[in-house]
Design a protein. Structure first.
Length: 567
């Protein structure tokens, strides 16, 4: 029921927000606040006045603006053009994302509420930096009345909105959409922990991980990597929007409960494009039969999507469930930081003690010790030998685990055993062509070996399989762009929030130095050294799988220009 006392009216709403505001504030708070003040006083407010609008709310770096018509609201174009014309250092430039909608609003004092505002806010998140995203209601009013062309992006499911919204972009933002693969494509969303005990959360996450791992080994399926689905954990999601964001057709979602020695799973497979459920089923097994349960769920998904049941070679499964729980917890920790890597090391040591033949635990232990000596400043001896021995043992125990072969391939490359490394990577992809980590690791090896074009293609393949990746994917992408001397692209990649404060910061410092932004480069180098005080150019040279002298010299030149230490 609508409240008859509420006065509704039609208004054009503009929502504008500064891109990367937190990063800009961290880099230079005083300059950012002054730039924001100048942006508002010199660009936004004059454009709003000229088009008879009103700023009705300011939220830090965001502005909500009302106009009397859609044509006047396209003052947003004027603002974006004026901002683009400002001559300011690239690393300090303020860019806006803008969303515009025409819809019903309700006055609440000086504030404006309602669906018209909500949709504009969702459209703003769809806009590219420096771009504008408008609804079909706005486009219908402005077509033929303004000189600029907006590009049709079709219907999009926006967050918390039940119906799709037809959206249009300026400039053309369609390059950012993910096309559907030709083969059946699926994402497995994190299962909901229904046990009521947070201690069971790692077990439920492990269930999701293992379903993804086994599905991705199935020929004829395109499977999104686990890192990209964990952003949806614990959130009420619209599966159509998730499928759109990940570029897949099918979504598996479900819940799990572990209690009294049993595991109960509810799962449903949804065709997000067709808007229908392919199947939904409940499973109830003993904890000891959880891997059989996983196989049964996978078989049903494969049969539904591929039309035939294909059975990949069985992976090594642990018999000790305490070891399994420890390994699942370690999966999430190893890559985050030197501190979390140490915690993961303790968990993996215990898992291997409990079950010495547990291949995945040994593979993760090898990866953990490799990270320790190559990136996190721990001693080379005995970590280097431990990493190689553990990786070899993991593959011996389970030759059908693509993850173990990927780890071995990475470590062998850093041992400069090039042919053995390439063979291990090839075997990993034969077992699992969807193994995004393998594609990303191959990019690192290719770039440092002088095959820069191959490295760029490999990291792009990894990012399609894992569109919301772990930070190290972006590190490898930025590294490849730097090696290709595409410094602007490298800077944009390495400034992304997901990787900005990580080990990739050394490449950002080198990139800025090559762009002639020496002061900013030195500041980034100093910030990098605070988190990685062990770093030296000499250690980097001795530890990396460098095969090409020109690539090596190019990176060293950037590091030196940024002021990173030699020894």
């Amino acid at each position: 029921m609508t409240d008859p006392s509420l006065q509704r009216r039609l208004a054009a709403i503009v929502v504008a927000d500064v891109v990367g505001y937190s990063r800009l504030m961290e880099a230079d708070e005083v300059a950012t606040l002054e730039n924001l003040r100048q942006l508002r006083a010199g660009t936004i407010e004059p454009a709003v006045r000229r088009h008879k609008g009103r700023i009705f709310k300011v939220m830090g770096d965001g502005f909500l603006i009302e106009f009397g018509s859609a044509v006047e609201a396209v003052a947003a174009l004027e603002m974006q053009r004026a901002i683009a014309a400002v001559d300011s250092p690239e690393d300090r430039r303020l860019l806006l994302r803008v969303g515009v909608n025409l819809g019903d609003v309700i006055d609440e004092g000086s504030d404006v509420l309602g669906d018209g505002v909500n949709v504009a806010a969702r459209l703003e998140r769809q806009a590219a930096p420096g771009g504008i995203c408008i609804s079909a209601s706005v486009h219908g009013e402005i077509v033929g009345k303004i000189g600029e062309r907006f590009f049709d992006a079709g219907e999009r499911y926006l967050k918390n909105l039940k119906r799709p919204v037809h959206v249009w972009h300026w400039p053309d933002a369609l390059e950012g959409t993910l096309p559907l693969p030709e083969c059946p494509s699926i994402a497995v969303l994190p299962f909901t922990n229904m046990s009521g005990d947070e201690a069971d959360a790692p077990f439920v996450d492990g269930l999701t991980d293992d379903l993804i791992t086994d599905l991705s080994r199935t020929a004829g399926l395109f499977v999104i990597a686990r890192n990209s689905v964990y952003g949806y954990r614990g959130k009420a999601v619209d599966v159509r929007q998730v499928a759109q964001e990940l570029g897949v057709r099918y979504i598996l979602e479900g819940s799990a409960r572990r209690a009294m020695g049993r595991v109960r799973i509810n799962a449903q497979l949804v065709d997000a494009l067709g808007g229908r459920h392919l199947w939904a089923e409940r499973f109830d097994r003993t904890v000891e039969d959880v891997f059989g349960l996983q196989d049964e769920v996978n078989a049903k998904i494969v049969e539904a999507l591929v039309g035939r049941l294909t059975v990949p070679a069985q992976r090594n499964r642990p018999k000790n469930f305490e070891a399994y729980d420890l390994c699942v917890r370690a999966r999430q920790l190893t890559e985050l930081s030197p501190q979390s890597e140490r915690e993961a090391y303790m968990l993996l040591q215990r898992a291997v003690q409990l079950e010495p033949s547990y291949a995945e635990a040994l593979g993760l232990l090898a990866y953990n010790r490799w990270l320790a000596w190559t990136h996190f400043g721990e001693p080379e001896d005995p970590n280097r030998l431990t990493a190689l021995a553990s990786a070899r043992r993991a593959v011996e125990l389970d030759p059908n685990d693509a993850g173990c072969r990927y780890v071995l391939g990475t470590i062998l490359a850093y041992e400069r055993r090039w042919e053995e490394s390439e063979a291990a990577f090839a075997e990993a992809l034969e077992l699992d062509p969807n193994h995004a980590d393998t594609w990303a690791a191959m990019s690192d090896i290719s770039v440092l070996g002088g095959r820069i074009a191959d490295g760029l293609a490999q990291i792009e393949k990894a990012l399609r399989l894992n569109p919301y990746p772990a930070c190290w994917y972006l590190c490898h992408l930025g590294q490849a762009q730097y090696a290709a001397r595409d410094y602007e692209a490298a800077k944009a990649t390495l400034r992304r929030e997901e990787t900005y404060r990580t080990n990739s910061r050394k490449f950002l410092a080198a990139t800025l130095a090559q762009l002639g932004q020496g002061e900013e480069a030195r500041r980034e180098a100093e910030l990098f050294l605070i988190a990685h005080p062990h770093f030296t150019i000499a250690h980097w040279l001795s530890s990396q799988p460098l095969r090409d002298a020109s690539v090596r010299d190019h990176f060293v030149d950037g590091f030196r220009k940024a002021g990173l230490p030699e020894t």
